[in-house]
Design a protein around this ligand. Structure first.
Ligand code: NAD
Ligand code: 6OD
Length: 492
C-alpha cells in the first residue's frame, strides 16, 4: 500500500517508521497548476530533527556498518527495481507537487532516480582501494594504502525543481559508501522523498539509515538539520543565497560541504552551426521544466550573421510550446512552482523592459481559462536589445526566459559568456569541432556541452565554479565526498 496519496498528510520518516503527524504543525502542499492544496505536510520541529539525526547516528554505528559494499550495492539495485515497479506512482507524486508535464516526469525525473540508484551501485562496486609501494629517502620502502570510511551522518537538503532526481543523486552515493542520511526535501515538493522511504523499507534498508524531515529552511527543519552537531557532512542543492547560510551553519564543527548552487548559463551559437538542430537544442535548454533547471540557458550569444534567424526560429518554437494539463502527453510546459516564484520572475520581466529589452515572444501571464487562473502560469519569453550588464542578464531568474545578444568573434563570445559571477554550465553550437572543443574548454564553468545540452554520464564530475557551487559529485567524485580516507603506511 502506498504511504502517500492525494489529500493525505505527507509524513516524516524517522528510525524506519512514518511519524504520526502533529495536527498543530501542518502546512499545505499546493498544486501550482490550479493553486489548490492537494495534501498537508507535517513540519518537523527541532526535537523531531534531533530524533532523526540520533537515529542516523545509531544506524551508522549499528548493523549498517557491517554491510559489505556488495550488500549495499545490491540494496540500491533492489530500490531501483522497486521504483521501476512503482514508476507511475512516483510520476504522479512528482506531477502533483510540481505540475511538470508527464513526459518530463517519466523521462527525466523518475527515470533518473532509477539510474542514480543503479549507477552508484555500479560505481561503488567498481571502486578499488588504491595501494602502492613508496620509495622513501634513505632507501626505505613502504606500502601505502587508503581505507575509505563513510563520513557518518550526512544531511541532504534539496530544492523543488527536480525533487526525486536531485534527492537520489545524493542519497544513492551516500548510502553506497555506508553513510546514514537525514534528508530535507523542499517544502514545495515533499511527496517523493516520503515515497522513497517506503521503497527503502520494502527493500530491507536497516532502520535509521534513511530519514526524512519535512519543513521550511530558516528556523525550521532545514536550519535545525544543518546546524545539528550530530551531522558529519552536508550536501546541498539550491540557491546561492541559501548555500551561504548553510555554509555558515556547517562551519561550526568544520563539517565538509558539497554545494550545487545557482547558474546563469550561456549558450554560444556560431554561424556554422546546424540551425535546426541548434534551435531544437536551445528550445530544450531554455524552456525544459519551465526553465526551472539549474542548467537551463538564460543567455544566448549568437554570431551576428545568423542572429535574426536564430531569434525568429527560437521565438517560433517558443510560441508553439503547449501549456496546460500536465497529465496530457501533448503538454510541453507546466507552470512555475508557485505564485511567489512567479512574482519573482515577473519582477525580472519589468526589469528587462526598463533595461530596454523587447520581448520577441511572451512577456506576460497566459490566459488558460478559469481552471488554471489560480495557478502559477507564465509565458515562455525571449528578449533582445539588452546589454550584458542588465540585471536580467546577470542574475538567475529560474524561469522560461532568455536574453539574446549578437557577437562577432570567437574571443568576444567567450568574453561575453564568461562575464558572470556564476559558473555552472555552458553549451556551444557549431559544426567546427575544433572550435567546439576550444570554446567549450574556455568556458569558466563546471560543465560545457558541444551541440547538446543536459546529456549526462553519471560517472562524470558535476558541479559549478564561482557562485555556482563548491566541489563535484558524480562517479568517483561522489565517492570522494561521501567518504573520509585514512592512509595507512607500513614500513617494509
Ligand atoms: P532554496 O535555496 O530556496 O532551497 C533549497 C532547499 O534549502 C530547500 O529544501 C529549502 O527548504 C532549504 N533551505 C532554505 N533555507 C535554508 C537554511 N537556512 N538552512 C537549511 N536549509 C534551508 O532553493 P529552491 O528555491 O528550492 O531551488 C531553486 C534554486 O536551486 C535555484 O537557485 C537553482 O539554481 C538551484 N539549483 C541548483 C542546482 C545545481 O545542481 N547547481 C540544481 C537544482 C537547483
Ligand atoms: O543531472 C544531475 O545529476 C544534476 N545534479 C542536475 C541538476 C539539475 C539542476 O536543476
Amino acid at each position: 500500500m502506498s504511504s502517500v496519496a492525494p489529500d493525505e498528510i505527507v509524513r516524516n520518516f524517522v528510525a524506519g517508521r512514518f511519524v504520526d503527524p502533529d495536527p498543530t504543525r501542518l502546512f499545505d502542499d499546493v498544486d501550482p497548476v490550479t493553486g489548490r492544496a492537494v495534501a498537508s505536510v507535517h513540519e518537523a520541529d527541532a526535537s523531531l530533527v534531533d530524533r532523526a539525526v540520533r537515529s542516523a547516528r545509531n544506524a551508522v554505528a549499528g548493523e549498517w556498518s557491517k554491510w559489505s559494499t556488495r550488500e549495499r550495492a545490491a540494496l540500491l539495485r533492489r530500490a531501483a527495481l522497486r521504483i521501476e515497479e512503482r514508476f507511475e506512482e512516483f510520476v504522479e507524486a512528482e506531477i502533483r507537487d510540481t505540475g511538470k508535464p508527464i513526459t518530463h516526469a517519466r523521462e527525466v525525473d523518475v527515470a533518473r532516480a532509477v539510474a542514480n540508484l543503479s549507477t552508484f551501485a555500479d560505481v561503488v562496486s567498481a571502486a578499488g582501494e588504491s595501494s602502492f609501494r613508496s620509495e622513501l629517502p634513505g632507501g626505505r620502502q613502504a606500502l601505502n594504502y587508503v581505507v575509505r570510511k563513510p563520513l557518518g551522518v550526512v544531511a541532504v537538503v534539496v530544492p523543488w525543481n527536480l525533487p526525486l532526481l536531485l534527492l537520489t543523486w545524493k542519497v544513492a552515493p551516500a548510502l553506497a559508501c555506508g553513510n546514514a542520511v537525514v534528508v530535507k526535501p523542499s517544502e514545495e515538493t515533499p511527496t517523493t522523498a516520503t515515497l522513497l522511504a517506503d521503497v527503502f523499507r520494502e527493500v530491507g534498508l536497516p532502520d535509521g539509515v534513511y530519514n526524512v524531515v519535512h519543513g521550511y529552511g530558516l528556523d525550521s527543519a532545514g536550519s535545525h538539520l544543518v546546524g545539528h552537531s550530530g551531522v558529519d557532512g552536508v550536501t546541498f542543492t539550491g540557491s546561492t543565497a541559501t548555500g551561504t547560510q548553510v555554509m555558515r551553519a556547517a562551519a561550526t564543527g568544520v563539517r565538509p560541504v558539497s554545494f550545487e548552487l545557482g547558474g546563469k548559463n550561456a549558450a554560444v551559437v556560431f554561424a556554422d552551426a546546424d540551425l535546426d538542430a541548434t534551435l531544437d537544442g536551445l528550445t530544450r535548454s531554455v524552456f525544459s521544466n519551465t526553465g526551472q533547471v539549474c542548467l537551463c540557458t538564460e543567455r544566448v550569444y549568437v554570431q551576428r550573421s545568423v542572429f535574426d534567424d536564430v531569434v525568429e526560429g527560437l521565438a517560433d518554437r517558443a510560441a508553439r510550446l503547449v501549456l496546460g494539463d500536465p497529465r496530457d502527453t501533448g503538454t510541453t510546459t507546466g507552470p512555475l512552482i508557485s505564485r511567489a516564484h512567479r512574482d519573482k520572475v515577473l519582477a525580472y520581466f519589468a526589469l528587462a523592459e526598463a533595461a530596454g529589452a523587447r520581448a520577441v515572444v511572451g512577456g506576460g501571464v497566459p490566459d488558460l481559462g478559469a481552471k488554471y487562473e489560480d495557478g502559477a502560469w507564465i509565458e515562455p519569453t525571449l528578449w533582445v536589445g539588452m546589454d550584458n550588464d542588465a540585471r536580467p542578464m546577470r542574475e538567475e531568474i529560474f524561469g522560461p526566459v532568455a536574453g539574446l545578444v549578437p557577437f562577432d568573434t570567437d574571443a568576444e563570445a567567450i568574453s561575453l559568456a564568461n562575464d558572470s559571477e556564476y559558473g555552472l554550465a555552458a553549451s556551444v553550437w557549431t559544426s567546427d569541432l575544433v572550435r567546439g572543443h576550444q570554446v567549450a574548454q574556455a568556458m569558466n564553468v563546471g560543465m560545457s556541452w558541444v551541440n547538446t545540452w543536459f546529456l549526462r554520464d553519471l560517472r562524470s564530475p558535476f558541479g559549478g565554479a564561482g557562485l555556482s557551487g563548491i566541489g563535484r559529485e558524480g562517479g568517483e567524485s561522489s565517492l570522494h565526498f561521501y567518504t573520509e580516507p585514512t592512509n595507512v603506511c607500513v614500513q617494509l
